[in-house]
Each structure stands twice: as C-alpha cells, then as structure tokens.
Design a protein around this ligand. Structure first.
Ligand code: ATP
Length: 255
C-alpha cells in the first residue's frame, strides 16, 4: 500500500514546523528524510504514524483516508505500520518477549488468541514470527536472554525486530542508527533492505548522508518548514535542483 501525505501542516503554539508537506512512499521502497537537526524529521514521522495529529492536510494509505482534518479517520492503520524510535525502550523481560510485543498488542483479538493458544500447546505460531524477526537482525541466539543485558546496539536491533515481527506494511524509522557503531548500523541497514525486498515501504529519518546514499531509493530534503526537494537518491546527491540542497549536502548550510 502506498502511504501519501498531502499538504500536511503542523506547528507547536504559533511556531510552524511544516507548511504544506506532501510525500508518497510506495511498497518496497526506502524513502530517506534528510535535513538539519530540529527541522522536524521526527515530527513528520510522528504525524505519519498518527502519534500526533496534523493541524491540516490529509494522510492516505492505499488510497484510503486514514486521517483528514475534517473527518479525523484512523481506521486500523496503526496496526499496519511499525515505528522504530531513536531509543530502543525495551521492557524488563526476555529479548523474545520484547520482540513479540507488537504481535501481542497490535494484532486483532482473534490473532492474539490464536497466538496465545499456539504458544500454550507448544507450537511456534506468533513466536515464530518474532524469532524470524530476531534472526533478521542477527539476535536469534539471544532470544531467551534478559533484554537488560543487551548492548545499546543490540537493544536497537531488538526494537527493529519488534516492529518487523507483526508483518507491517510500512516501517517508519526515526534515526534508528544514530547512536550505533558501524557494525550494528550495518546489521540494521541490511535488515531495512531485506524488509524493503519483501515489499515493505520504509521511511527513514537520518542525519547520515552516507546512510541515505547506501539504502534509500529516494530522498526527501526537509528545510525551512518544507520538503524543498525529493527525488532518486543518486540524482539528489549528484545533481540537486535546489541550491539549498547542494549546500546542505556539502555542509555549507549552517542552522
Ligand atoms: N512536543 C513539542 N512541543 C513543542 N515543540 C516541539 C515538540 N516536539 C518538537 N518540537 C519542536 O519542533 C521542531 C522540530 O523538532 P523535531 O524533533 O521534529 O526535529 P528533528 O529534525 O527530528 O531534530 P533532530 O534531528 O535533532 O532529532 C523543533 O524546533 C522542536 O523543538
């Protein structure tokens, strides 16, 4: 399903963060949102996830309104997307229990019951999804370990597995590797690309231009309350149309 934001406005108090942001993300593509600190990358992801409500505009998923300013629909959209924040925020339980969390709370009752029953009779229905997701981030062997014993990078990989485990159609990733070392970053980037190859659409906010170059199919540049430019990754980096994009990429724009 394609996620579309159309003319989305948002602000805090009298300060606008966005004035008319529009974007689309197709299934099986990675869209990177780049822009300086404080420009509103996290805010945009929170709006796309409907954790916050935009002040105006429309958000559609698969051509269907999931939110608009007059009707404020949400449907079951939130169950169909996974979000990963900058901090892993795991709870005090095993790695596997953490990875299963999304399955337990976001699947409809019937699925949850099926999952609980399968667990009771010793089959690995929903648990299998969580274990598969842990395998994707290279942590299957730590499934029964206490999450509190993980390194920061491993914890973030579990947070990604938690979002992946219930088979979302769209992943929204808010600088998920900003505190990670190169090895953990590489594992997560591979997991993002694997999700993309399975047809999941991915929006990733990142400070890291190299990361955008490595994994994004398209890049949106957020500056001065707007997406000033969006396009194929190579085109954005090699031939930006907006001079502010070039200056930002070259590190000449200081905010
Ligand atoms: N709950 C809030 N109340 C008031 N202002 C807020 C709130 N959340 C964010 N802001 C402001 O909105 C602007 C955008 O913040 P946001 O965190 O989205 O930026 P960002 O691009 O993700 O930054 P960074 O790259 O540093 O994480 C900032 O000026 C921030 O101070």
């Amino acid at each position: 399903m394609t996620l579309t934001a159309d003319d989305v406005h948002h602000g805090y108090g009298t300060d606008p963060v966005f004035e008319g942001v529009s974007l689309t993300v197709a299934p099986g593509e990675v869209l990177a949102i780049i822009g300086p600190s404080g420009v509103g990358k996290s805010t945009l992801l929170r709006l796309l996830a409907l954790f916050d409500e935009p002040d105006g505009g429309a958000i559609e998923f698969g051509g269907e309104a999931v939110w608009d300013v007059s009707e404020r629909k949400r449907l079951d959209y939130r169950r169909r997307i996974g979000m990963v924040f900058q901090e892993a925020s795991l709870f005090d339980a095993s790695v596997r229990r953490n990875a299963e969390y999304g399955l337990r709370v976001r699947k409809p009752w019937s699925d949850r019951l099926r999952h609980e029953l399968a667990t009771l009779v010793g089959r690995t229905n929903g648990t299998g999804d969580a274990i598969d997701a842990l395998e994707t981030v290279g942590l299957r062997e730590k499934a029964e370990q206490d999450a509190a014993s993980l390194s920061g990078g491993e914890a973030q990989r579990v947070a990604f597995a938690r979002a992946l485990a219930y088979d979302p159609e769209m992943l929204l990733l808010d600088e998920p590797t900003s505190d990670l070392d190169p090895r953990n970053t590489a594992v997560l980037e591979d997991a993002v690309l694997e999700a993309r190859n399975r047809g999941i659409g991915v929006v990733i906010a990142t400070h890291d231009m190299h990361q955008a170059e490595r994994i994004a199919d398209r890049v949106a540049v957020l500056l001065e309350n707007q997406i000033i430019e969006v396009g194929e990754t190579e085109r954005i980096f090699e031939m930006p149309r907006d001079d502010r994009t070039r200056k930002f990429i070259d590190g000449e724009l200081i905010y």
